[in-house]
Structure formats: structure tokens, C-alpha cells
Design a protein. Structure first.
Length: 239
């Protein structure tokens, strides 16, 4: 650990996973995997290649989640912040960091992570600080307050709000919301396409899996993303 730079601890810190997932989350994860395995083993009219593709995607997703839990961590030092993921490391020097903010995670039960910590840079972009949350830390807000105090010396300026950066943050938040809504719309189209494909196959009709399962959801996502991003860009920024 480094020396004290004005906070209760030094700026040199490392955040790794200390607590396992909650039992409730593990239960839901196993429930989803069990239902997925049941659906894949049922004799029905879904073509085998589509089942193999779904199984491959699920295996890759599970492998990524396991690797992220084991390898993912956040390192803080005199030169800045580095978040180590599965395939890459995201770094920001202190002079490029605008703020570290603890924000509530929406729609979560009290048995799961409630507070997440995000790094915002001077362009208004943000990324998540892995394992810097209220599940891994007893008081994540106090931890970030102490860290900001300790890092002020290395940053070379006070942690003061700047209207132009706040406007960028608000705009990017609107764009993220637009992407989330577009993704939900594309997923609804995808599930509707699956239902329609199963209905076509059960009636011995002519099926178009490429158009239904790939082209239709991607087209829906593109159109919805453009629509929602334009609405977000026209919305007034709150600073």
C-alpha cells in the first residue's frame, strides 16, 4: 500500500472478489440453465443446427461469466485506475478521470448488489469498476470518498463539477437508454420470430429462418436505435 495522501488510506488499492454470489442469484442462474437444458433436449420441430447454435452460445456465455468472476478486478494507483476484464484492461490516468460515482443499480432485490461504482472520464464516457460495489465492500460510498480524497494529489486539481462534462454525461446516458430500449425491442422481435418459425414448421409451411431469426431482429434494432437516439439527442440536458 502507498502512503497516506490525505485520505484514511493510501491511493494504492486493489479490488477483487471477496464474496461469492448470493444464493438467490445462484438459484435463478441454475433455474435458467435447467430450463434451457430441458428445452434443448425436448423432441420438437426446432432444427438441430439451431439447437447446436443455442448451446454453443450458452456455453460461451457461461465460460465468460466464470472467467470474469475469477479474473476481473480493479487496480488503483498513483498513475490512475485500471479495470482488468477477461480479454482487455481499461485504463484511465487521473487527469483523464472526471469523477468516480456510486450509483444505485435499478430493480434489484435486497439480496443482491444495490450500488455500483462507475468511472466517468472527461468525454462523458463511463465504465464499471469491477468489484467496487456494496456486495464486496462494507461501505462502498465511504470507500470512494476516501479514494477521491487520496487521489486528489495525483490528479492535480479539485474534484469540481464542470457543466460541459455533465452535459456530455447526460447525452451519453440518453444514448445508453436508447440502446437498451432498442435491444428490448429486437429481443421481442426475435422471440416472436421463433414462435412464428415453430408455427410454420409445425404446419409444414415454407420457413425462412435466416430472415426471421437474424435479419428481422437486426433490422428492428437498427431502426429503434436510430429513433430512440434521436429522441435522446433532442431531450434537454439536466446539469
Amino acid at each position: 500500500m502507498g502512503g497516506d495522501d490525505g485520505g484514511g488510506r493510501g491511493v494504492e488499492r486493489e479490488y477483487r472478489r471477496r464474496r461469492k454470489q448470493s444464493r438467490r442469484r445462484l438459484f435463478y442462474m441454475w433455474l435458467v440453465l435447467g430450463n434451457f437444458a430441458l428445452q434443448m433436449t425436448r423432441p420438437d420441430s426446432i432444427p438441430v443446427p439451431f439447437k447446436l447454435l443455442a448451446v454453443t452460445l450458452m456455453v460461451l456465455l457461461c465460460a465468460w461469466a466464470i472467467l470474469l468472476a475469477r479474473l476481473g478486478h480493479t487496480v488503483v494507483g498513483a498513475d490512475g485506475v485500471a479495470v482488468h476484464g477477461v480479454f482487455r484492461v481499461r485504463r484511465r490516468a487521473w487527469h483523464d478521470i472526471y469523477d468516480l460515482r456510486v450509483e444505485p443499480r435499478p430493480k434489484q432485490t435486497r439480496h443482491d448488489v444495490q450500488l455500483l461504482t462507475w468511472l466517468y472520464d472527461n468525454d462523458g464516457r463511463r465504465f464499471l469498476l469491477l468489484n467496487v460495489n456494496d456486495w464486496q465492500l462494507p461501505d462502498v460510498r465511504a470507500e470512494i470518498d476516501d479514494l477521491l480524497t487520496a487521489a486528489a494529489h495525483h490528479r492535480g486539481m479539485a474534484w469540481e463539477p464542470r457543466p460541459e462534462v455533465e452535459a456530455r454525461i447526460a447525452l451519453r446516458a440518453g444514448h445508453r437508454k436508447a440502446q437498451e430500449r432498442a435491444t428490448v425491442g429486437a429481443m421481442l422481435v426475435f422471440f416472436a420470430a421463433i414462435a412464428y418459425l415453430v408455427w410454420e414448421l409445425s404446419g409444414n409451411g415454407e420457413s425462412h429462418p435466416f430472415l426471421l431469426l437474424l435479419c428481422a431482429p437486426l433490422t428492428a434494432y437498427a431502426l429503434l436505435a436510430v429513433l430512440f437516439r434521436r429522441r435522446a439527442s433532442r431531450a434537454p440536458a439536466h446539469t
